[in-house]
Design a protein around this ligand. Structure first.
Ligand code: NDP
Length: 467
């Protein structure tokens, strides 16, 4: 074969799927991997695509196999592994060549790397990729951040391998340096929130004695309506799956302890730094952290009796459907507000409509809502809050009474629902013009003489606390 258009470094789950996707779309791809024994296994797996693939045992071999400008796409774990790979490839590449980091990087690292490599005449693209292995193999959603030149060098490849929504590729250049990785981080933060909302609804059904398979059937039906989403669809499937070893529902043999790799936590940290309330994601991250405290929860079960059963029943199926929809809208609204705040802080000029567009297919949070979100941002969203856009005002008017009944019933029944509760609190807060932080200001002034603004006069004032 002629020289390859692109080199893929890291043939793990995602890298090998992306390389095969590129080969299938007609690009010649050079590949390498830290452990060379993966190379023949990969070629074997490639089957009829093998003629479009060339394996390289060393960085020098990989670079020698590439056409110019040479494009090296890294698909290795975030952090030191990316810096190590950049250090290996940097001396082998020249002006105008491109390094793409397609892993889930911390966007602060991406900004630093873009600056360093830019100073050396190299282009750097921080590429968020979503869709898991299946997406990477057959059409992921991709969020790019970097220079226009870096995007121009790889955009034909990325758009060819991306998922499509009504014929439009779900891959876009969203801004400079860390913009793509930040958008991917917030995507994952919204994903955490949505997964937690779904899990809480499942928990309410379980508290009402519903079996997993029956709950799965409800999710399956919901996936035909306004709750249509990849996460609704897969939840329906996993709830209906049976453990081949015990014959039990699969979810019943899975430990109640959730893992996390960091993007949810990063979302919350960045939201805090930017003064943005991402409370549904915070609740989801906290729920995973609490899940790790299994022994303490077991002890708590013995210490505190459950609420008595005299209170009303678990909400109806119809209420739970609407509560989940309201929660999903509010989680998305928080996510987009966070993106807008970061865009302002880092001067990215993020196009939020384009961001929603690339999430319409291929990614984990794809749902029937994202096309409407795209339209809402095209027209403009009052106060930067998606929930204030007329289409979503109407959805929330229809669904929040059910969310309210659900949160109330869960509280009475003693079923923890941190994300649904956070969603309702954010909704109620943003429809309350005068809240209670006047008292916070009075307290701050009392103990720290911090001063406060008056409703009837400008400037800093103090209260008569000293007597
Ligand atoms: P895997 O664990 O499947 O593969 C990791 C790859 O990186 C392997 O090829 C491994 O090589 C290589 N690698 C690991 N450590 C180093 C190192 N220190 N130096 C060089 N190479 C190294 O991971 P994934 O493919 O799942 O993930 C890759 C990236 O993609 C991560 O940033 C992840 O967060 C991101 N991502 C993952 C998604 C998923 O659903 N899995 C979805 C979206 C993004 P070796 O064979 O030698 O171990």
């Amino acid at each position: 074969m002629d020289k390859a258009r692109i080199g893929v470094v890291g043939l793990g789950t995602m890298g090998s799927a992306l390389a095969l996707n590129m080969a299938e779309k007609g690009f010649d791809v050079a590949v390498t991997n830290r452990s060379a024994d993966r190379l023949p296994v990969f070629l074997e797996k490639a089957g009829p695509l093998a003629p479009r693939l060339v394996t390289a045992k060393t960085p020098e071999d990989l670079v020698a196999a590439l056409d110019t400008p040479r494009i090296v796409l890294l698909m290795v774990p975030a952090g030191a592994a990316v810096d190590d790979q950049i250090a290996l490839y940097r001396p082998l590449l020249g002006k105008g060549d491109v390094i793409v980091d397609a892993g889930n990087a911390d966007f602060h690292d991406t900004r630093r790397r873009a600056e360093d490599l830019g100073a050396a005449g190299l282009h750097f693209l921080g590429l968020g990729v979503s869709g898991g292995e299946e997406g990477a193999r057959h059409g992921p959603s991709m969020m790019a951040g970097g220079t226009q030149a870096a995007w121009a060098a790889v955009s034909d490849i990325l758009q060819a391998i991306a998922a499509t929504f009504r014929g439009q590729p779900c891959a876009a250049h969203l801004g400079p340096d860390g913009a793509g990785h930040f958008v991917k981080t917030v995507h994952n933060g919204i994903e955490y929130a949505d997964m937690q909302l779904i899990a809480e609804i499942y928990g309410l059904f379980r508290a009402d004695g519903r079996a997993p398979a029956a709950i799965g059937e409800v999710f399956e039906a919901w996936n035909q309506g306004p709750l249509m989403a990849y996460l609704t669809e897969i939840s329906a499937k996993v709830l209906q799956a049976t453990d081949p070893e015990t014959g039990q529902p699969m979810v019943d043999v899975i430990a109640d302890r959730a893992g996390q790799k960091g993007t949810g936590r990063w979302t919350v940290i960045e939201a805090q730094k930017l003064g943005q309330p991402a409370t549904t994601t915070e609740a989801a991250v906290a729920a995973r952290a609490w899940s790790a405290a299994a022994a303490a929860r077991e002890a708590g079960k013995g210490l505190f009796p459950p609420p008595d059963k005299l209170h009303g029943p678990i909400p109806t199926e119809g209420d739970l459907e609407k509560a989940l929809l309201a929660g999903r809208v509010l989680a998305l609204s928080q996510g987009f507000a966070l993106l807008a705040a970061a865009s302002e802080e880092y001067d990215w000029s993020l196009d939020l409509a384009a961001t929603a567009e690339v999430w319409r297919a291929g990614c984990i949070i794809r749902s029937g809502l994202l096309d409407d979100i795209t339209q809402a941002f095209r027209v403009g969203v009052p106060h930067g809050l998606l929930q204030f856009a007329p289409h979503f005002v109407a959805i929330l008017a229809e669904t929040t009474p059910a969310l309210r009944r659900t949160v109330a019933a869960a509280a009475v029944a003693g079923v923890p629902i941190p994300a649904l509760s956070a969603a309702l609190a954010s909704y109620d807060t943003m429809r309350t013009a005068r809240g209670t932080t006047n008292l916070i200001q009075a307290q701050r002034d009392f103990f720290g003489a911090h001063g406060f603004e008056r409703v009837d006069a400008k400037g800093a004032h103090h209260g008569p606390w000293g007597g």
